[in-house]
Design a binder for this molecule. Structure first.
Ligand code: PMP
Length: 427
């Protein structure tokens, strides 16, 4: 994969292409397109893969394997048979895994809120009563992680991403001396947006680095654990196990969901951590809910059968998604490959391609695309407060439109990237 680099190598000849690129852009605008590469949503074709869920569990089937009536209250941990399937896939002990309602983002939000209001095991009381609280935010990253911090008044400091996950030297330096650094975000597998995978070495360092705060937590958002775009099923580093080995078992909170396995609005979410953190999470959860939607969990368990059922199902997603990602990379390579105008990632999984354009031009690229009927994620969205200091990063999400539209949109986006670079070089 291509790692983001500086753009010293932009071909100065790009300025000479300005008139030609303006013509190309005018032709693009004349096509009156209406295309959207903004958010990582599954396509209708992908949602159709899970259509049988709508008929499950089916009338008369409302009893769990253990004999409980899933229609009724209770069962705060979630349905054991579904937890078993996902414990295997997520590589965690089943008794340290909770199955909850439809959004892992809510579990992340609740975890941070609980830490702010009540503190965490091994800590010194509520974070909100300890002055300024800081989170380490690897960039480019997921905008909704940053939005949680922003909403709760948590200061964000950034570290760069590398192909092996967050720059662990930079993280270790930040957490070592400043006790206000209580947390960090991490997407271990096929990160949003750069597709990087945290190696076992990096994971080991993240869970064992000395931290000034005694109650430092890694919010390990395993959103794309089973979302492979190739036949190679990249394993996720076992951060919870490694943290226990390193003597700080409570450092890692893991989140996952079936949002991009079944239905993005009606899946099942998961929380996993040390026994102490699971007890802490449940203790507060119990005030909020008498139990999760076990009917939905039973329907998911019936649909998958077992972990191999999930793997087979994900292979069908891959067949739909992989050609779209190939198209993105092919078109970027064809149109920009030898210009130095951009670098991009070639993810082996997940939902995004991360592109770095000529510094200073990302917002112009997004504007040009918008005015040609191609919606892109706003420039800066992958940084805290929506501010990319280099104005260079653009997140592409090719999952939703049909393949042919992805091709048309990407060709247009390439034109916009070239035009913005030519404008900047001529200014
Ligand atoms: N985490 C990451 C990294 C994501 O990209 C997304 C979806 N865009 C989510 C979490 C949201 O997950 P959920 O639907 O389970 O809330």
């Amino acid at each position: 994969s291509t790692s983001p680099a500086d753009h010293a190598a932009v071909d100065p000849a790009i300025a000479a292409r300005l008139p030609e690129l303006r013509e190309q852009y005018a032709a693009l605008q004349a096509r009156d397109l209406s295309l959207d590469l903004t958010r990582g949503k599954p396509s209708a074709e992908q949602l159709d893969l899970s259509e049988p869920l709508l008929a499950l569990p089916g009338e008369g089937r409302h009893t769990s394997a253990a004999g409980t009536d899933v229609r009724n209250y209770g069962g705060l941990d979630g349905l054991p048979e579904l937890r078993e399937i996902f414990a295997e896939l997520l590589g965690v002990p089943v008794d340290q895994l909770l199955a909850q309602d439809n959004a892992s983002l809510r579990l992340m939000y609740d975890s941070v809120v609980q830490a702010m209001l009540f503190g965490v095991p091994g800590g010194e009381g509520p974070w909100s009563q300890q002055g300024e609280i800081t989170f380490v935010c690897p960039v480019p990253g997921y905008d909704r992680h940053f939005a949680i911090c922003e909403e709760l008044g948590i200061r964000m400091v950034t570290v760069p991403m590398t192909p092996e996950g967050p720059d662990v030297d930079a993280v270790a330096e930040l957490v070592a001396h400043d006790p206000s650094v209580k947390g960090m975000w991490a997407v271990p597998t096929y990160a949003n947006p750069d597709g990087s995978v945290i190696t076992e070495d990096v994971a080991r360092r993240l869970v064992s680095m000395p931290t000034a705060a005694p109650d430092f937590r890694i919010f390990w958002d395993n959103a794309y654990a089973v979302h492979h775009l190739t036949e190679h099923e990249t394993p996720t580093a076992d951060a919870i196990g490694l943290a226990a080995e390193a003597g700080d078992p409570d450092r890692v909170l893991m989140f996952a969901s079936t949002s991009k396995v079944t239905f993005a609005g009606a899946g099942v979410s998961f929380f996993a951590s040390s026994p102490a953190n699971v007890a802490w999470f449940k203790q507060h959860l119990a005030f909020r809910s008498i139990g999760p939607d076990k009917v939905n969990q039973l329907r998911h368990a019936a649909f998958f059968g077992d972990a191999d059922g999930v793997r087979a199902h994900m292979a069908k997603h891959r067949e739909i998604l992989a050609p779209k990602f190939r198209a993105v990379v092919e078109i970027l390579t064809d149109r920009l490959g030898d210009t130095g105008v951009a670098t991009w990632t070639e993810p082996a999984g997940g939902y995004f391609v991360s592109v770095d354009v000529v510094p200073g031009t990302a917002s112009r690229v997004v504007q040009l695309a918008q005015e040609a009927g191609i919606k892109l994620t706003p420039a800066g969205a992958t940084f805290p407060y929506g501010e990319d200091p280099r104005n260079a990063n653009i997140r592409l999400a090719p999952s939703m439109p049909p393949l042919e539209e992805v091709r048309v949109a990407m060709d247009g986006v390439a034109t916009c990237m070239l035009l913005a670079a030519a404008e900047a070089a001529s200014a």
